[in-house]
Design a protein around this ligand. Structure first.
Ligand code: ARG
Length: 458
C-alpha cells in the first residue's frame, strides 16, 4: 500500500513489530462504518463519482458480511485492519477501491475508528453500571432496617444498617457513571478529515461525516485530531476508578463470607470448591474482581506511559493505544457482571450482623451523646465517662446496655434510667437521622431519590 519508494520489502521482524492486525481487527465494524460515511461524503462533494461510490459502498457492505460470518483473516503483511479492508475491497471491486482513501489518512481513520469503538464501549459500561446501581438499591431497600456493625480501621465502630452500607456503593457507582458519561461527551468529536496531520485540499464536508457517525461536531485542529488519545485515557481513568470501587466491594464480600464473620453466604454460582478440602466454598469471583482492578489500573498506566512526551502529530507508538483499552474493557465488563450477580443473589445473614454489632460496645458514642444531650456535659468529658463505662463493662464481661444502673451511676451520678433508651443498636441507628445518616428513615429517603434517578418504579 505504501511501497512505491521502497526497493526492498520489510524484514520478517519489521513485519511482525509493525503489525497491529492481531488486536485492531476488533475495530472492523467501526472501520467499515467510518469508511461508508467518508465515501458518501466524497460522493456528495463530487470528489468521487456516484458510480464509484456505490461500488465502494457495496464492497464495504459485503466485507462487513464476510467479517461477521468468518471473522478477519490476519495477514501480517497487511499490517492493520485498515489495510485489510482496503485490500479486500480491491479484490472485490478492483482499482476503484483506491478512491476510498482520497482526502483521508490512516491517521485520522484510526483516530475515528477508535473513538467510535470507545464510545460504544462506554455505552456498554453505562448500561452495566445502571444495572449494578439498580441491584444495590434493591438490596438496600430490602435491608433498610438490617443492623450491622459499621467499621473504622476494620474495628467495630458504630451500628449502621446494611441498606446504608450498600447505598454507599450505590453512590460510588453513580459517580463512576457520571465520569463515563462525562468522558463520552468529551470524546464525541470527529477527527475524520484531519487527514495525515494538516487537513486536506479536497473540498470535504467534515460536519457531514461527523453527523453521519453520530458525533457532536468535527474536531477543531487537525494536528490535535490525529495525535489526541485523551478519549482513550479518559475511558481508562474512569475504568480504573470504577474498578477500584468494585475491588472494595469485592473485598467486603470476601471478608463477610469468611467464617468468623459469616455475614453473607455467597451464591454457589459465584463460588468455587477446593479440590482437597470438601467443605470449602471460595469467593473466587470476588477475588478476581479484586485482582482485575490491578490489571485495569495497569492498562491505564500503560497508555499514560505510551503517550508521555510524544511530539505532534502521529507517532507509531500510538498504535499501542488499543491493547490496554481492549483489555481494560473486557476485564471491567466481566467484573461488573460478576459483582452485579453477587449483589443480586448473595444471602445476607442479619442474625450474624446484629450479633457483631452488639459486640464491641458499638453504642458507646450513643452513651456519650446522651450525656451531652440530657446531662448537659461537654462532649470531651462525656467521652471520658463513657470510656470508663466501657472499661467496667469489659471487666464484668457485659454489654454496655447490660450494666446495672447502679454501676453506671457509680461512674457518674448524673446517669439516669432513660439512658437505656439509647443504648440498643436499634435505637442507635434509628437516632442517626441527619442528612446522609444511617437511620432507616434517612436511608429510605435516599433510596427513593436513587430510584427516581434510575427510573425504577416504586
Ligand atoms: N495501525 C496504525 C495505528 O493503529 C494506523 C495508523 C498508521 N499510520 C501511520 N502513519 N503509519 O496507529
Amino acid at each position: 500500500m505504501w511501497g512505491g519508494r521502497f526497493a526492498e520489502g520489510p524484514s520478517a521482524v519489521m513485519r511482525e513489530i509493525n503489525a497491529s492486525i492481531g488486536f485492531d481487527k476488533r475495530l472492523w465494524p467501526q472501520d467499515l462504518r467510518a469508511s461508508k460515511a467518508h465515501v458518501a461524503m466524497l460522493a456528495k462533494q463530487g470528489v468521487v463519482d456516484a458510480a464509484d461510490a456505490a461500488a465502494i459502498t457495496e464492497g464495504l457492505d459485503r466485507i462487513a458480511d464476510e467479517f461477521a460470518a468468518h471473522g478477519v483473516t490476519e495477514d501480517l503483511s497487511l499490517e492493520d485492519i485498515h489495510m485489510h479492508v482496503e485490500h479486500r475491497l480491491a479484490e472485490l471491486i478492483g482499482p476503484t477501491a483506491g478512491r476510498l482513501h482520497t482526502a483521508r489518512s490512516r491517521n485520522d481513520q484510526v483516530a475515528t475508528d477508535f473513538r467510535l469503538w470507545v464510545r460504544d464501549a462506554t455505552d456498554e459500561v453505562l448500561a452495566a453500571l445502571a444495572a449494578l446501581q439498580r441491584a444495590l438499591v434493591q438490596r438496600a431497600e430490602e435491608h433498610a432496617e438490617t443492623v450491622m456493625p459499621g467499621f473504622t480501621h476494620l474495628q467495630v465502630a458504630q451500628p449502621v444498617t446494611l441498606g446504608h452500607h450498600l447505598m454507599a456503593y450505590y453512590e460510588m457507582i453513580r459517580r463512576d457513571a457520571s465520569r463515563f458519561a462525562d468522558a463520552r461527551a468529551r470524546a464525541n468529536e470527529c477527527p475524520l478529515g484531519a487527514a495525515a496531520l494538516a487537513g486536506t485540499g479536497f473540498p470535504i464536508d467534515r460536519a457531514a461525516t461527523a453527523a453521519a457517525l453520530g458525533f457532536e461536531r468535527p474536531t477543531a485542529n487537525s494536528l490535535d485530531s490525529v495525535s489526541d488519545r485523551d478519549f482513550a485515557l479518559d475511558y481508562l481513568m474512569a475504568a480504573t476508578q470504577c474498578s477500584l470501587h468494585l475491588s472494595r466491594l469485592a473485598e467486603e464480600f470476601i471478608i463477610w463470607a469468611s467464617q468468623p464473620y459469616g455475614f453473607v453466604s455467597l451464591p454457589d454460582a459465584y463460588s468455587t470448591g477446593s479440590s482437597i478440602m470438601p467443605q470449602k466454598r471460595n469467593p473466587d469471583a470476588a477475588e478476581l474482581v479484586r485482582g482485575h482492578s490491578g490489571r485495569i489500573a495497569g492498562a491505564m498506566n500503560a497508555l499514560v506511559m505510551t503517550m508521555k512526551g510524544l511530539p505532534l502529530a502521529y507517532s507509531k507508538d500510538m498504535q499501542d493505544d488499543k491493547p490496554p483499552v481492549f483489555e481494560a474493557h473486557d476485564l471491567l465488563g466481566l467484573s461488573l457482571a460478576a459483582i452485579t450477580g453477587m449483589v443480586e443473589t448473595t444471602t445476607f445473614n442479619p442474625g450474624k450482623m446484629r450479633a457483631a454489632a452488639e459486640a464491641g460496645h458499638s453504642t458507646a458514642t450513643d452513651l456519650a451523646d446522651w450525656l451531652v444531650r440530657v446531662g448537659g456535659i461537654p462532649f470531651r468529658e462525656a467521652h471520658h465517662i463513657t470510656g470508663r463505662a466501657v472499661k467496667r463493662a469489659d471487666e464484668l464481661g457485659a454489654a454496655l446496655w447490660d450494666l446495672p444502673l447502679e454501676e453506671l451511676q457509680r461512674i457518674d451520678p448524673r446517669i439516669e434510667v432513660s439512658v437505656f433508651d439509647v443504648l440498643s443498636v436499634d435505637a442507635s441507628v434509628r437516632s442517626r437521622t441527619s442528612h446522609g445518616g444511617t437511620a432507616p428513615s434517612a436511608v429510605r429517603q435516599r433510596i427513593a431519590e436513587a430510584k427516581r434517578l434510575l427510573g425504577v418504579g416504586e
